[in-house]
Design a protein around this ligand. Structure first.
Ligand code: XUL
Ligand code: CO
Length: 437
């Protein structure tokens, strides 16, 4: 196999090629339904998994070296930034995402960290211009440090609430400077481990107020992009306040945030919550809160957040179906919140993992288009609800009936025939499209 440095750019080689460092399904400039594949998919590189993760797990230390021989912290972080853009260039990835702590050394205190951070933001700005790349979103890591052990905006300690605000403010400024089109809040430790020590109402109200202040601050600085909440049911806390899409929409509505805030749906978080990825996307859509995607997959036999690169084409097809039905991404995109397995520990593995994930979504896009063009599933669904197109059903749709009328109608129509849902047939239609020659 070729070495990282021998590879200049990953090219589209088509589905019949056996070239490992080539795209089989992702052809960035190919136009599908009037849009280039790169615009449909809006792939983003995740800084934390790609540049910072070195293979550590609960039972063992690093299996990868991502220091590139650099010892001095600022030099190391600049080297990482160079590598991030080199990877994006090789992979034809147009966007990237980061946490504040991913891109800059921590220093001795907040002041030092913010100085390092701002210097690195300048550096990233230069690289963005040089390589013609964009920031999809950034976020503050308000969960890693000891200070955040009991949460950030939901901490029982008001000093932590203030520290969290300082970090988010710096990230919002950076996001505006770098032209990011989204800003993510993932709960981190915003949740609880036991109700015995938790004032849930105070914590939720503080979280709502924190988001309102973040929105108002960024808008006052001219930020026009989206804010996203990324639901996750558990891990690291036993119960995360942003449990799933439905819970999070309720939170956004309660605190007057819906509209400015949308959802960043992560596949592995969906399955942790006991839902499918496409379920979470549909819930976001029906609430007018579809925003962005963290693309990855979990392992159903493990049951924790394994953040694997997505390769399951059923999932990518059904999720791209939701994206297409929504009219595509606006400010959002597909961020690979995914890491190579601990044993896939070379730089080449990073390329191979991104190729696998990008191809899986590219194939998912192609199949979702076929599913829609084929029309059988959409037509079946449409037909299934036809009773709402006329008569009493139409009145229900128009909200122009009442219980007296419905009761009279029911008494006159008591021979009801609910038709078959044809699940097995529809699943075979999906298979025929997925595996057609
Ligand atoms: C954690 C997770 C985060 C967010 C950003 O499970 O998904 O990486 O995407 O903080
Ligand atoms: Co994520």
């Amino acid at each position: 196999m070729k070495k990282y440095d021998e590879i200049r750019k990953i090219e589209y080689v088509g589905p019949n090629s056996k070239e490992p460092f080539g795209f089989k399904y992702y052809n960035p400039d190919e136009v599908i339904l009037g849009k280039k594949m790169r615009e449909h998919l809006k792939f983003a590189l995740s800084y934390w998994h790609t540049l910072d993760y070195v293979g550590v797990d609960m039972f063992g230390g690093p299996t990868e070296d991502k220091s590139w021989g650099e010892k001095e912290p600022m030099k190391l972080y600049k080297k990482r930034a160079d590598m991030a853009f080199d990877l994006m260039e090789k992979l034809s990835i147009d966007y990237y995402c980061f946490h504040d702590v991913d891109i800059a050394p921590k220093g001795k205190n907040l002041k030092e960290f913010l100085a390092n951070f701002n210097e690195m933001v300048e550096y990233l700005q230069t690289l963005q211009r040089k390589y013609n790349k964009k920031l999809l979103w950034c976020t503050a890591n308000n969960f890693g440090d000891k200070a955040f052990m009991a949460g950030a905006a939901t901490s029982p300690n008001a000093d932590v609430f203030a520290l969290s605000a300082a970090k988010v403010k710096a990230c919002l400024d950076a996001n505006i400077k770098l032209g990011g089109s989204g800003y993510v809040f993932w709960g981190g430790r915003e949740g609880y481990d036991t109700l015995l020590n938790t004032n849930m109402k105070l914590e939720l109200d503080n979280l709502g107020y924190f988001m309102q202040m973040a929105r108002d601050y960024a808008r006052s600085k001219g930020y026009k992009g989206d804010f996203y909440i990324e639901p996750k049911p558990k891990e690291p806390t036993k119960h995360q306040y942003d449990f799933d899409a439905a819970t999070t929409c309720n939170f956004l509505r309660t605190y007057g945030l819906l509209g400015d805030f949308k959802l960043n749906i992560e596949a592995n978080h969906a399955t942790l919550a006991g839902h499918t990825f496409e379920h979470e996307l549909r819930v976001a859509r029906v609430n007018g809160a579809f925003g962005s995607i963290d693309a990855n997959q979990g392992d159903m036999l493990l049951g924790w957040d394994t953040d694997q690169f997505p390769t399951n084409v059923y999932d990518t097809t059904l999720s791209m179906y939701e994206v297409l039905k929504e009219g595509g991404f606006k400010n959002g995109g597909l961020n690979f919140d995914a890491k190579t397995r601990r044993q896939s520990n070379t730089l080449e593995d990073i390329l191979l993992a991104y190729i696998a994930g990008m191809d899986a979504f590219a194939l998912g896009l192609r199949k979702a288009v076929k599913l829609i063009e084929d029309g059988r599933i959409d037509a079946f669904k449409d037909e299934r609800y036809r009773s709402y197109k006329e008569g009493i059903g139409q009145k229900i749709m128009q909200k122009s009936t009442n219980f007296d009328e419905l009761s009279k109608y029911a008494l006159e129509h008591d021979e009801i025939n609910v038709e078959s849902g044809r699940q097995e047939y529809l699943e075979s239609v999906l298979n025929s499209i997925l595996f057609e020659k």
